[in-house]
Ligand binder design. Structure first.
Ligand code: DX5
Ligand code: ZN
Length: 222
C-alpha cells in the first residue's frame, strides 16, 4: 500500500490535497506536539475535518507524548489506522492497542530508528501495524536511513513464521530510489511525503512508487 504523507502538502488546501492522492491506499497524517518531536503540526479537530473530505482512509501517525490520553480520539474520529510511538507510551502499549481497536481502528506501534524491535516483541501480537521509522521523526524531506532495514527484515521474518500478524510500514525518505530496498526487506506499507507531494503529478508518482515496490517484492519472493 502507498500512503502519501500530508506533511508535504499545502496546509491551506488540505481538502484539495487529499483529492490529489485519491489513487493511494491510505492518507498518512503526521500529528506532532512539539514535545515528543521538536515540530508542531496539527491535531484532532483538523484530523476530523480531513476525515470528512478524504477520499481514502486515514493513517494517523501520532508523534506525541501521552498517547494513552489522546490516541483513542483519533480512532473515534474514524481513522483506519492509528499509530503511537513505543517510546512515548508510559503504560502498557497492549492496553492502548485494545482501546484503539475497540474504537474501530487498526492499532499501530511506531519505532524510531534506534529503538530495537526486540524490546517490543511481547506487545506486538496486539498490534495490526508496525511502523518502522526510516528517518528520525519530526520533519519531512530527510534522507532514508538504510541501516534500519534489518529491523524491517526481522519483522517480515516474524510475520512469515507466524509469530506476528501485522502490516510492516516504513516512513521517512521513501522515494523512487529507496522504495525498492524497503520492499525487498519486506515492508508492505510505504509512506511518502515529498516524493508524492513534491512531484508535479502526485497520481503518477504514486503509480511509479507502487510499480517499483511491486517489482522489488516480486524479486524478493523468487
Ligand atoms: C516524519 C514523518 C513522515 C514524513 C515523511 O516524522 O513521520 O511521515 O512526512 O516525509 P518524507 O517522505 O518527505 O520523508
Ligand atoms: Zn509519519
Amino acid at each position: 500500500m502507498i500512503a502519501p504523507s500530508l506533511l508535504s502538502a499545502d496546509f491551506a488546501r488540505l481538502a484539495d490535497e487529499a483529492q490529489r492522492v485519491a489513487d493511494a491506499d491510505w492518507l498518512h497524517v503526521d500529528v506532532m506536539d512539539a514535545h515528543f518531536v521538536p515540530n508542531l503540526t496539527l491535531g484532532l479537530p483538523v484530523v476530523e475535518a480531513i476525515q470528512r473530505v478524504s477520499p481514502i482512509p486515514l493513517d494517523c501517525h501520532l508523534m506525541i507524548e501521552a498517547p494513552e490520553r489522546w490516541a483513542p480520539g483519533y480512532a473515534e474520529a474514524g481513522s483506519r489506522n492509528v499509530t503511537v510511538h513505543a517510546e512515548a507510551c508510559t503504560g502498557d502499549p497492549r492496553a492502548l492497542a485494545r482501546d484503539l481497536k475497540a474504537a474501530g481502528a487498526l492499532a499501530g506501534l511506531a519505532l524510531k530508528p534506534g529503538t530495537p524491535l526486540q524490546d517490543y516483541l511481547e506487545v506486538l501480537p496486539d498490534f495490526d501495524t508496525l511502523l518502522v521509522m526510516t528517518v528520525e521523526p519530526g520533519f519531512g524531506g530527510q534522507e532514508f536511513i538504510a541501516d534500519v532495514l534489518p529491523k524491517v527484515r526481522e519483522a517480515r521474518r516474524l510475520v512469515e513464521t507466524g509469530h506476528l500478524r501485522l502490516f510492516v510500514e516504513v516512513d521517512g525518505g521513501v522515494n523512487d530510489d529507496t522504495i525498492g530496498q524497503a520492499a525487498e526487506a519486506g515492508a508492505d506499507v510505504f509512506v511518502a511525503g515529498s516524493a508524492v507531494y513534491g512531484a508535479e503529478d502526485p497520481a503518477r508518482a504514486i503509480a511509479g512508487l507502487r510499480e517499483r515496490a511491486r517489482a522489488a517484492a516480486a524479486a524478493r519472493a523468487r
